[in-house]
Design a protein around this ligand. Structure first.
Ligand SMILES: [Zn+2]
Length: 313
């Protein structure tokens, strides 16, 4: 069934669990994610980035997601991830997304407020929820000094002003997560003290964690094993994600939507690579992508277990 993002996130906030938001680029990933949510009896958010839309088309992706949502036995939210182009955001609002993210985090503060406010007006007039972002979500290595890192992270007082002025429904915060498979070189510790301050000032605003994949060793190991057999194994060296314990801690302090993309990509690739190397006679795309779909389901179920959204439909 199609889920209402506001109701689902409000319930998650009260119940101290998070809803998994999984990036979808094709049919197999979508099916893997929906099957995982149904197996866990968990509400789920399927989201497409501007990149996914460029790759597969908004109309095509929406048709697949709507069909899947309607047939699913659990609530499914259809979300636009990292909308930066206002034309794409507006098209998403008009076309049937139930929720959109407007990412104005790289803009000067006043402009982020003004554009987010505009998107909120368009979206709310169409019954669509808005996620906004304040603070830069980058790799830890991108910061030269502690002061620089501090400046990029979400400022709690500014977050309160931002949500009050924009009336956005949920807020993506920067507290030490990073996009991609290489989130840090050393240990990862999220700035939970900052998160607690934001949550204390905005107790009713669902907070969103981006760049939160776990990059599990066994999956990275699987891609390594098979790429070693190909004689080229550098791409995922040093890959590192957010430890599950850190994610659980964030959920205790207002985080109710957690994005996962990298973990799905790694699982998908490991499965395709395994099939291609284990059986060089395979040339049926279904035999390549079927196991990848199963791998996506497995990792999505693992994520849902960490988020504690099992049985929360
Ligand atoms: Zn993101």
């Amino acid at each position: 069934m199609l889920g209402n993002p506001r109701t689902l996130l409000a319930k998650a906030l009260r119940g101290r669990y998070a809803i998994g938001a999984f990036n979808v680029n094709n049919l197999e990933i979508l099916q893997g994610v929906i099957r995982a949510a149904e197996a866990q009896r968990a509400p789920v958010i399927v989201q497409t980035s501007e990149g996914a839309i460029e790759y597969a088309g908004m109309t095509e992706l929406l048709a697949m997601m709507h069909t899947a949502a309607k047939r699913a036995s659990v609530p499914v939210v259809i979300h636009l991830d990292h909308g930066k182009n206002l034309d794409v955001v507006r098209a998403a609002i008009r076309s049937g997304y139930t929720s959109v993210m407007f990412d104005g985090s790289s803009l000067p503060y006043a402009e982020n407020v003004a554009r987010t406010r505009q998107v909120v007006r368009w979206a709310h007039a169409n019954g669509v929820a808005v996620e906004a972002e304040l603070g830069a979500i980058k790799g830890v290595e991108d910061f030269v000094s502690v002061a620089e890192r501090d400046a990029a992270f979400t400022n709690p007082e500014q977050a309160l002003d931002f949500v009050t002025r924009t009336q956005c429904d949920s807020l993506a915060v920067s507290i030490g997560t990073a996009h991609g498979a290489h989130k840090a070189t050393g240990d990862i510790t999220l700035d939970v003290a900052r998160l607690r301050r934001i949550h204390a000032l905005l107790p009713k605003t669902p907070l969103v964690l981006h760049g939160a994949s776990s990059v599990p060793d066994d999956l990275v190991g699987a891609t390594h094993l098979y790429c070693t057999m190909l004689g080229d194994c550098h791409r995922l060296e040093g890959a590192k994600g957010i430890p599950d314990a850190q994610t659980r801690l964030a959920i205790r302090h207002g985080v109710t939507k957690i994005n996962t993309d990298t973990d799905l990509r790694i699982a998908f690739t490991a499965a395709v690579r395994e099939t291609l190397i284990e059986d060089t006679t395979v040339f049926d795309p279904r035999k390549l992508l079927g196991p990848a779909r199963d791998a996506v389901q497995t990792i999505a179920e693992r994520r849902i277990a960490v988020f504690r959204s099992k049985w929360k439909t």
